[in-house]
Design a protein around this ligand. Structure first.
Ligand code: RIB
Ligand code: CA
Length: 311
């Protein structure tokens, strides 16, 4: 079976970094490129971090810098979670590679037009600004995307940046609305599932005990950003949000969800960025997304550990 072609759109972020490592360590996936977006930290840092992670993995993947702010809103960042660099934890060497020439949006459009129709899966791990801009600038690509599998949103778990909204959707709700209304096959991995993938002490130790740079990096990154979640949720470790997107591509049998209608709040300041997920089918609105709520967390971490150990 040929490898699944994907483009990872990302705002590294320690959890994004783990997702990128998982993808690069998995032969079932052909990572055509990485597109960076402003989110956890400003664009120059998310781009630098993506370059560092690809070099850590020893995989030369083109990294294209994208949008440095949301479609309409001021950029909101999350240094309080991810640290000043966005990748606080282990000290990685300065990147020796440069971003690939060309804006991320042009790379998305050009690649989707060049590859066979419906052969490329988009994997957004941050605010959806690049994806929405590409769909707005080149509406023809909507029919060429195989599917979008993204980390974002929340329903039963409610918000993590406000009481109502998850960070990726909150930062650029207008972009999220474009994506969820695009007609493309969207699968969302919201906080409802990512809060079930906690990096507990034994799981962190499994990475540290690998004795590899990649294992040490994963352990140090989650050690760093878990303090936010422990203080807030009292959780027994940091939720690994973004790697669930790659885990879903590799082992969808580990996940459960429902095909439902999901709308994005863009008008209210109070509930900006809320994913209004019609889990009980009461709205009568047509289903537009597969909303994931369940995971075999032990199975997911067995997969993640096995793959990171290969780097
Ligand atoms: O709310 C979690 C999401 O916001 C993750 O993608 C994390 O990296 C941040 O971007
Ligand atoms: Ca992210």
């Amino acid at each position: 079976m040929s490898a699944q072609k994907i483009i990872i759109d990302t705002d590294p972020g320690q959890d994004d970094a783990v997702a990128i490592l998982l993808a690069l360590a998995s032969p079932e996936l052909d990572v055509l490129g990485i597109t960076t977006v402003a989110g956890n930290v400003p664009l120059p840092l998310t781009t630098r971090n993506a370059l560092q992670v690809c070099e850590l993995a020893g995989r030369p993947v083109p990294v294209h810098a994208g949008c440095d702010r949301p479609l309409k809103r001021h950029l909101v960042t999350a240094e309080h979670v991810h640290g000043k660099t966005g990748l606080d934890g282990i000290a990685l060497p300065d990147p020796s590679t440069e971003p690939a020439p060309g804006h991320a949006v042009d790379f998305l459009i050009d690649t989707l037009r060049a590859e066979p129709p419906r052969s490329v899966t988009l994997c957004p791990l941050g605010p959806l600004t690049n994806i929405a801009t590409a769909l707005r600038d080149a509406p023809d690509i909507a029919d060429r995307v195989a599917r979008i599998v993204l980390m974002g949103g929340a329903y039963f778990e409610v918000g993590n940046i406000t009481p109502a909204a998850e960070f990726n959707i909150y930062v650029d709700p207008e972009a999220a609305e474009i994506v969820f209304r695009s007609g493309i096959d969207v699968t969302a991995l919201p906080l409802d599932v990512t809060h079930k993938t906690l990096m507990t002490a034994p799981r962190v130790a499994a990475f540290r005990d690998m004795g590899t740079r990649a294992g040490e990096a994963v352990a140090s990154w989650t050690d760093f950003f878990e303090r936010f979640d422990k203080e807030k949720y009292g959780s027994d470790g940091a939720p690994l949000h973004d790697p669930t997107v790659i885990g879903y591509l590799l082992r969808p049998d580990l996940f459960t969800g429902r095909r439902i209608n999901v709308e994005i709040e863009t008008l209210s300041d109070l509930t900006r960025g809320m994913t209004v997920a019609d889990w009980w089918g009461v709205s009568g609105r047509p289903a537009n997304a597969t909303f994931i709520g369940g995971i075999d967390a032990d199975g997911f971490f067995a997969l993640l550990t096995d793959r990171i150990a290969r780097l």
